[in-house]
Design a binder for this molecule. Structure first.
Ligand code: 1HE
Length: 258
């Protein structure tokens, strides 16, 4: 059975981490599967749900494979670059990825989650970077992606003081965007994905590739890039009927909701 199962429902692909006996630890083949899937996604797929089998989302790097392969420094650096490539394709691609988190979201599991765009977390979710305790280091992008979400200072503290955040604390620092009851994460993630799949393609492109990349730029470059993207998105001919619906007061009203 595949360690990552792929199922398509309408415009949404559901990717399932399917190694519950190993707590969905990520081995080389799974990273390869992510890389292949997000390299050239089927254009009919307009949103992705990333979920997990079993009570835990992901326990990070497969420590047994790491132990058995006994890689050299260069081999491990190459492996990390492979993780970075795959997760970059996720974060900087133009398909919204909605993660359904539960149980352990730790080490490389947190690095994987940080490459997704919307993180729905069940109450059982906990976040940690136990690398410090185990004498290893992050290598799947946490120093960049996780640090930017929770701040570098909090990430250092999490690793040095060996803290495990519960779901509320993770939500408070942006690791999760929504908390749901246990057992409800998959359905909620799917509902968000289905709605996001209906957005104009060009709008999702602007939101996903634009915001992530612009935040790597200087102020001047970022503002220029924003004007380019806005020029593309705001002049989309398909936008006119949507604005007409708004003028006719037929668009859904904005009101505070999660
Ligand atoms: C594993 C792994 C793994 C579990 N690699 N096999 N990540 C970590 O340090 C997390 C390590 N895992 C844990 O702390 C715990 O397993 C959990 C908190 C996630 C879950 O606990 P629990 O009690 O439900 O399960 P368990 O009994 O600890 O594990 C069940 C089995 O999964 C067991 O194998 P078994 O043969 O005894 O049944 C574990 O050995 C196995 N297992 N986690 C391999 N990670 C690019 S660099 C990224 C850096 C990192 O990610 S470092 C890893 C950080």
């Amino acid at each position: 059975m595949a360690s990552i199962e792929i199922e398509t429902r309408g415009k949404v692909a559901i990717l399932t981490l399917n190694r519950p006996d190993r707590r969905n630890a990520l081995d080389e083949s799974m990273i390869g599967e992510f890389d292949r899937f997000f390299d050239r996604p089927d254009p009919a797929i307009r949103a992705v749900v990333l979920r997990a089998e079993g009570p835990h989302f992901c326990a990070g790097l497969d420590l047994r494979e790491h132990y058995e392969l006994n890689r050299s420094p260069v081999e491990f650096m190459r492996m990390c670059q492979g993780w970075h490539r795959a997760f970059d394709k996720m974060q900087f691609g133009s398909i919204p990825i909605i993660a359904a988190l539960k149980g352990a979201v730790v080490g490389g599991g947190l690095e994987l989650a940080a490459a997704t765009h919307v993180r729905v977390a069940e109450r059982s979710t906990f976040f940690a970077l136990p690398e410090g305790q185990r004498g290893v280091f992050t290598g799947g992008g946490a120093t960049v992606r996780v640090a930017r979400i929770m701040t570098p200072a909090r990430m250092i503290d999490m690793m040095i003081a060996a803290r495990t955040y519960d779901v509320q604390r993770g939500y408070d620092v942006g690791l999760a965007h929504e908390i749901v009851e246990d057992g409800e994460g998959d359905a909620r993630a799917f509902a968000i994905a289905e709605a996001a799949a209906e957005h104009y393609d060009v709008t999702n492109f602007g939101i996903l590739t634009g915001i992530s990349r612009i935040n790597d730029m200087s102020t001047t470059d970022g503002l220029f890039a924003e004007s380019l993207l806005a020029g593309m998105v705001m002049t989309n001919p398909d936008l006119r009927p949507s604005l007409e619906t708004f003028f006719a007061k037929q668009a859904p009203r904005l009101e505070p909701k999660g």
